[in-house]
Design a binder for this molecule. Structure first.
Ligand code: SF4
Ligand code: SF4
Length: 582
């Protein structure tokens, strides 16, 4: 990537440049628009990076060895800004590990690999009734479902679409802009999509308009795509949307970077979206044509985002466009394009202005991959060495966001980063127009990217330091506060104890007479009980017989008489016996 733009410039020649606020390089689009969009054969395996969108990585729901069906959720969106990943075909998960991905860093990242079984068997799926939108809850439900569709901006930004469809009182959308500009040279996937599937795009646009409640829709197409513009006009005339809101195809001059959302909005409406605001802050929302078509596939068929159209062009036998399952290797796409010519020296993902060199042809196609260009010395000659800046101001003339690129270059080069920030470095959209226009071949965008990354790194380090300092201050405050609270508690406790003692003393003093009276009463009761006991003891006889002497005498007399009677009977019997013997 180091000098891709300079290389591009060598191939186009400086004579082609110069329109104010943008450039007009030869578009090289006709090579890949001579045949219809093809279907790539089912590959043997698909490698799906988890990082295919702006935002958080999704949470993996499968494990190695799992059998998955086409359209099955493999990883769910995590957090507000994230996107789900689905299986683009049926097969078995063979690995979940780091692998090379298409990224300017050239570094590997987490990927899910599926060995396909060739059956291409769908999971159960059904249309979703998007027309039912009576309450805010209905809309939230639809957008929550959309969150699991995996749809992101397919124009290259890869921002989760459901986030862009959320509106509130502060960000209501008046105008919906459909971005069909496709301004970068070589890329033709949107052009072909419009030529062949304009009616489906309109169905998706109708859904987006319905969800946003937009009052008008504008479709912006560059004038180098007359077939696409005609197809879209025809589809608009037949679309129910044209009966609901004003709907218009607007052809804009071919001028890079008119496909940048803010540039296109300015071209179509004259509204300049301030750099520190979103387009929804001024009542506008912008979607790419392929993105709204994905909305149509999701709502009208229940299909999640599993494929896209990709241009294969440059130094290949048969430049064309193909519908490609995500995870398909670039090598398979190059093969479909008839294979690379012998002098191919690398591959660019995206366009030559904003794209990047691929680290390997084995990397997969992702949601952000709109184009692969096989490069060769005759297409992109080596850049000549950079020369000193001659202060010609051509870079400023072509900057679409009215920056001073030469000043930014000086500040970035001298590491005067704060000054670069003051000169609105972060408004730079990295379109590369300044590099393209610079007669001294200075790789300006590289300086801006470096400066931005340095500032971001410094800001993060500062944030981390501030956070650590705040935490420490908070910790010290907490320790102080706890100490103070403990001291207050002790003081309160001591004061409470003192007050209690004083109260007890006071209470004892007032309660004493009562105690004495009670004690006297108790003593009187006890004495009475004792007296009663004594009386009872005195009154109670120890033995009835002992207690009554007269009765005792009587008993003794009775006993004597009984003994006398007994003796007389004994004597009588003895007398009788004696007489009988006689
Ligand atoms: S300064 Fe940034 S926005 Fe301006 S032309 Fe250069 S790359 Fe584009
Ligand atoms: S950076 Fe390049 S284009 Fe800009 S003023 Fe210097 S020489 Fe001219």
């Amino acid at each position: 990537m180091s000098s891709l733009l300079n290389i591009v410039k060598q191939s186009f020649g400086l004579g082609a440049v110069a329109v104010s606020g943008g450039v007009h390089p030869p578009d090289h689009k006709h090579e890949s628009t001579t045949q219809a969009v093809g279907q790539l054969p089912l590959p043997h395996q698909l490698t799906l990076p988890l990082r295919q969108h702006v935002g958080n990585l999704p949470k993996v729901l499968v494990k190695v060895g799992d059998y998955v069906l086409k359209g099955q959720l493999l990883a769910e969106a995590e957090g507000n800004i994230s996107a789900a990943i689905h299986a683009p075909s049926s097969g078995t998960i063979t690995s979940i590990e780091d692998a090379l991905i298409p990224h300017p860093s050239g570094l590997p990242d987490r990927c899910i690999t599926i060995a396909l079984d060739g059956k291409d068997e769908w999971i159960a799926h059904a249309p979703i009734d998007w027309r039912k939108l009576e309450t805010e809850q209905d809309k939230s439900k639809l957008l929550e479902g959309l969150r699991s569709s995996g749809i992101v901006g397919l124009g290259g930004a890869a921002f989760p679409t459901q986030v862009k469809l959320r509106t509130n009182a502060k960000s209501s959308v008046d105008t919906l802009v459909l971005n069909a500009a496709e301004c970068e040279p070589y890329i033709t996937c949107d052009d072909m999509l419009m030529r062949e599937r304009a009616d489906q795009i309109l169905k998706g646009l109708e859904i987006a308009q319905h969800l946003l409640g937009a009052k008008q829709c504008l479709i912006g197409i560059e004038d180098n795509k007359p077939e696409a513009a005609e197809a879209m006009r025809h589809a608009c005339a037949n679309s129910p949307l044209s009966k609901l809101v004003p709907l218009k195809v607007v052809v804009v001059p071919t001028q890079y970077p008119s496909g940048d959302a803010r540039q296109l909005i300015r071209l179509l409406t004259g509204i300049e979206v301030p750099a520190d605001k979103r387009s929804t802050d001024v009542g506008l929302q912008c979607f790419n044509v392929a993105t709204v078509l994905a909305l149509h596939r999701y709502f009208d068929f229940g299909e999640p985002s599993i494929s896209r159209i990709v241009t294969i062009t440059g130094n290949v036998q048969k430049p064309a466009n193909y519908e490609v399952l995500f995870g398909t290797s670039v090598a398979d796409l190059v093969q479909a394009g008839g294979g690379a010519l012998a002098d191919t020296d690398g591959y660019i993902m995206g366009g030559p202005m904003m794209g990047f060199n691929l680290p390997s042809v084995s990397v997969p196609i992702t949601k952000a991959s709109n184009c692969v260009i096989a490069s060769a010395p005759n297409l992109f000659p080596s850049a000549p060495p950079a020369m000193p800046c001659i202060r010609c101001a051509r870079c400023a003339d072509v900057c679409p966001v009215s920056l001073q690129p030469q000043e930014l270059y000086w500040f970035a080069k001298s590491s005067n980063l704060e000054k670069a920030r003051d000169y609105n470095l972060f408004d730079c959209i990295e379109c590369g127009c300044c590099t393209y226009a610079c007669p001294s071949n200075i790789p300006l965008v590289q300086y801006y990217r470096f400066a931005k990354s340095e500032i971001i790194a410094q800001d993060r380090a500062k944030e981390a330091a501030d956070l650590a300092r705040e935490r420490n201050e908070f910790r010290l405050m907490r320790i102080d506060r706890e100490k103070q609270e403990r001291a207050e508690k002790h003081a309160q406790k001591a004061a409470g104890a003192k007050a209690e003692a004083a109260k007890t003393e006071a209470t004892s003093a007032t309660e004493a007479p009562e105690d004495e009276a009670m004690a006297a009463k108790k003593a009187a009761i006890a004495a009475a009980i004792e007296r009663a006991k004594a009386q009872k003891a005195a009154a109670a006889p120890q033995n009835v017989v002992d207690a009554i002497p007269s009765v005792q005498a009587e008993i003794a007399e009775i006993d004597a008489r009984r003994e006398a009677a007994k003796q007389s009977v004994t004597d009588a019997i003895a007398t009788n016996d004696a007489q009988e013997e006689k």
